[in-house]
Design a protein. Structure first.
Length: 228
């Protein structure tokens, strides 16, 4: 068995297609999220000798709308321009050649992954919607403030509001990581990856998927990767 901390594998970029349900062999119905890996491949390497650290840049999604610097970059390496780029830290043994195609089978069925994405922005929200407060009483002196969050601080001492106080404010639109989601199905032909549970973001949003940092790589995990 290999430790994720000692030998890291590269992650992938995927698009969220939506949620569905899946029946397991024992008859239990579980919610799943379907991800798509559109033309996900390695576009660059970072080595300790040249850059001071070890990492792999991954690109996904073909596009024609590209600025001149990136157009020249992709023309130099001989790869079609990619819509989304991301960098993953890996171990020295986890480097992959430029142009290597990453497929859903990179993650074995039954393994666990961490998914990073941006949550759906809700704009300015009150304390009840943002933090799940119950609100004030509907009678006994409460007037025109039923959905307020109540007291915000203290009196003369310390005469301020403590940091981290749950109040109304901007809700959503932030980077969130969901850990230990199990891989249930992979489809290399269509580029589909089916994982158990929900992931952040809206349908069509980009996500970063990589091996779970709290789990240990097994013999089913091809190291450094499996692909084209």
């Amino acid at each position: 068995m290999k430790s994720c901390n000692q030998e890291r594998r590269v992650g992938v970029l995927a698009k969220k297609l939506g949620m569905s349900s899946l029946f397991l062999p024992d008859g239990i119905c579980v919610p799943v999220t379907v991800l798509h890996l559109p033309e996900c491949c390695v576009v660059s390497q970072k080595t300790p000798d040249k850059h001071g650290y070890t990492a792999i840049q991954v690109g996904a999604g073909l596009t024609k709308k590209m600025g001149r610097p990136l157009t020249q970059f992709f023309s130099k390496i001989g790869i079609d321009p990619r819509e989304k780029l991301c960098e993953f830290r890996v171990g020295e043994k986890g480097l992959l050649p430029v142009g290597f195609v990453l497929r859903p089978s990179h993650f074995p069925v039954g393994g666990f992954v961490d998914v990073v994405g941006q949550t759906i922005g809700r704009g300015f929200a009150g304390a009840m919607k943002r933090h799940g407060f119950g609100g004030l009483r509907a009678t006994h002196g409460v007037s025109v403030s039923h959905r307020s969050h109540g007291s915000t601080g203290h009196r003369k001492s310390p005469a301020r509001v403590f940091k981290g106080k749950k109040m109304a404010g901007r809700m959503g639109g932030c980077r969130v990581s969901v850990q230990n989601l199990q891989v249930l199905q992979v489809d290399d032909e269509r580029g589909f990856l089916v994982i158990k549970g929900a992931v952040p973001g809206h349908e069509g949003g980009w996500l970063q998927v990589r091996d779970a940092v709290k789990c240990v790589l097994t013999e089913n995990h091809a190291f450094p990767s499996v692909g084209a």
